[in-house]
Structure formats: structure tokens, C-alpha cells
Design a protein around this ligand. Structure first.
Ligand SMILES: [Zn+2]
Ligand SMILES: [Zn+2]
Length: 355
């Protein structure tokens, strides 16, 4: 199938909660960043009236849900629910169930959160782990990671002017958490910017370090759509959520280098499968990876690397079932940094087809 790749940014706050910009400001920054879509998710606030096409960018509206009585735990991104779910009371499971009941998608936000010793902000983890029914997790939350690296006034000043020096990729613990969830079922990953466009005092200066313009160019979610845009809000919104529901896409840290065109294919000799898909096969599968610039490519099976390659491609023959996913790192200023994280392809042995 011929898919249509789009690049978007998810998890953005506006003045409807604790962000500083209006929807129009987000839309302008998203167009300037050449994004195809962006999804606003204010805290317990849902204002879909400003969703729509703004120039080249589709602006969608979801919601970031949490218990108002317990604000520092269990944040949940509700995407495509089509209604305000803030009034839903109760547990995280009840919120997940409420999102599902609408036909929407539930993604656990910043499941492992870290506050740097310099940032005076609470850590907001996914605490209630014994839940089910969610579609995925925010594997990489850009702002959460950024603040974790700020440990002194010096690093604050340095990273404020040169944020790319700070960023390393999703936490290893979050990748492990994802792999452990994948042992049970397909759980899909997105990146979130958690953009608020707040200004911070950094030593002697005060500056909007984390402007929408910066954050909307950083950790993006690329999706493979079944059809090209029609520029009808309802139609195009459904395309985005269909791709998110099936994990058909990857996380790309586009600030490090553009990731558009990244491919992960599993070929069984008859069909090609891509991100998020399950292959039932009695035989061998060839995995093929293509990336748009040089990087350190790793193919992982059930969380363990089984093939590595430096360059722009990797080919690897697989004959054991498992969950296979793609990671790519790229060197910048003396450090390998997370660049591309692909949703998995699952290989299931189908003995009935044997012979
Ligand atoms: Zn949050
Ligand atoms: Zn948030």
C-alpha cells in the first residue's frame, strides 16, 4: 500500500490551560515549522472550536486529563475523543475507559518524568500501572527530558541557548517500560513536546527558551496516512487518528536532522508490512530499514538489539517470532543522541501455514 507520510507535533498547551499562546500562535509556529499537523492538549480543558486548517497545517484538539485532586500523577492524553472528558471522575482506568467509549485514543503522558535538580518542578509519573485499554505511551516528552538535564545555573544558561546540546533521547527506563508493555500487547509510541512557551529566568536573563517555534521543530511524530489530505477537517482528522490507532509511524527528532522518508519494512515474499503491523507467517522475514541520512541503526527483538548498522540502511533476515522495533542514534557534539524511534512490527508464527 502506498502511504502518505505526514509530520506532526503532539502535546501542546495554550492559554486554555497553562500555556502562554493562543491557538492562532501555535498555528503560526506550526506553519513556520512546516508541520503537517499539530495536536493541542490542554489540561482538563477542551476547546475544539479552533481546530481546522491553517495554511499548510492541520490543527487538531485533544485534551490532557488528570485527576484535579491528584495533579501530579497519571497524566493521560485523550486524542480524537470528540468531547470534553475533564468531568469524568475517578481513577486512571476510568479515564482510559471513558476515552475508549468515545472511540478516542488514550496515550499515557510522560510515564517516567524527571525534574533536574535546578528546576523547581514536580515529577509527574505514571503511578497507577495496573491499568489496561490504553493505546500507547508518550515515549519521549521533550520538555520533561530537557528539564532533567538542567542541574546548575551554568547548564541552564548553556542549554537555554543551545538546547540541542542537552537532548539525548527517550530515557532508557521508558524504553524498557515500553518493551515490557509490548510483551503483552501492541502499545504504540508517540513523541510529545509538552509545549507551554513559558519564559524562564536563566541567571541574569529572562527569555522564552521553549517557544512554540523551537518546540514544534524538535521531537515530532511522523504518521503514514492511508490517503492524502483532502483539506476537509473531519476527513483529515480521521486519517491522523486512524494512523495513530494502528501505530503506523515513528518518532523523529527533526531538529537533529530531518527524518522524513524513514522506512521500516518487513517482507515475507508476498507482502510488505510497516510500523505497527502484525505479520502472521510460517517462514522467514526480511527486515529492511532506510533512513534519510547516516545514523547508527539498531533493530531490536523483544527489547534486545539483533542487528546494527552504521549508515543509511540495514537489511536483516528474521526467522523467529517476536516484536521488532527500530532505533536510530546520530552523533552530535561528541555524543550519540536519539534520533528515530519506530513503532514495532510483530512477527507471529502461524503453524497452520507451514509447508
Ligand atoms: Zn502532563
Ligand atoms: Zn502537558
Amino acid at each position: 500500500m502506498q502511504y502518505h507520510e505526514v509530520c506532526g507535533n503532539i502535546h501542546i498547551h495554550t492559554i486554555h490551560s497553562d500555556g502562554t499562546g493562543r491557538v492562532a500562535d501555535v498555528a503560526r509556529a506550526a506553519q513556520q515549522a512546516s508541520l503537517d499537523f499539530a495536536i493541542i492538549t490542554d489540561h482538563n480543558a477542551y476547546h475544539p472550536e479552533q481546530a481546522g486548517w491553517y495554511g499548510r497545517t492541520l490543527i487538531l484538539v485533544g485534551e490532557e486529563l488528570h485527576d484535579p485532586a491528584r495533579p501530579h500523577a497519571n497524566h493521560l492524553l485523550a486524542l480524537g475523543a470528540g468531547r470534553d472528558l475533564a468531568p469524568v471522575e475517578g481513577t486512571l482506568q476510568q479515564r482510559i475507559d471513558a476515552v475508549r467509549a468515545t472511540g478516542g485514543l488514550a496515550f499515557l503522558a510522560h510515564p517516567i518524568d524527571r525534574s533536574g535538580s535546578y528546576a523547581d518542578e514536580p515529577e509527574i509519573h505514571w503511578v497507577d500501572r495496573d491499568v489496561n485499554g490504553f493505546h500507547g505511551l508518550e515515549l519521549w516528552n521533550y520538555m520533561s527530558e530537557f528539564k532533567s538535564h538542567v542541574r546548575s545555573r551554568l547548564t541552564a544558561l548553556l542549554f537555554a541557548h543551545w538546547p540541542i546540546l542537552a537532548m539525548r533521547g527517550p530515557y532508557p527506563e521508558t524504553l524498557q517500560l515500553w518493551d515490557s508493555l509490548l510483551e503483552r500487547e501492541m502499545i504504540y509510541a508517540i513523541a510529545g513536546s509538552d509545549a507551554h512557551a513559558k519564559s524562564y529566568a536563566m541567571g541574569p536573563i529572562r527569555r522564552t527558551v521553549f517557544s512554540y517555534g523551537h518546540l514544534l521543530r524538535a521531537a515530532n511524530t511522523h504518521l503514514l496516512l492511508q490517503e492524502p489530505w483532502s483539506r476537509s477537517l473531519a476527513h483529515d482528522e480521521a486519517l491522523v487518528y486512524e494512523a495513530l490507532a494502528h501505530g503506523r509511524g515513528f518518532i523523529g527528532y527533526d531538529q537533529l536532522a530531518p527524518t522524513q522518508g524513514t522506512q521500516l519494512l518487513a517482507e515475507d515474499g508476498t507482502n510488505d508490512y510497516t510500523f505497527g503491523e502484525t505479520v502472521h507467517t510460517p517462514g522467514q522475514i526480511w527486515f529492511r530499514v532506510q533512513i534519510p541520512a547516516r545514523g547508527s541503526i539498531r533493530l531490536l527483538q523483544n527489547g534486545a538489539p539483533v542487528a546494527v548498522s552504521r549508515g543509511r540502511s540495514l537489511a536483516y533476515k528474521v526467522d523467529t517470532p517476536g516484536v521488532y522495533r527500530l532505533e536510530v542514534y546520530r552523533r552530535y557534539m561528541g555524543r550519540q543522541r536519539g534520533w528515530i524511534f519506530g513503532n514495532p512490527i510483530r512477527i507471529v508464527r502461524n503453524e497452520n501455514c507451514a509447508g
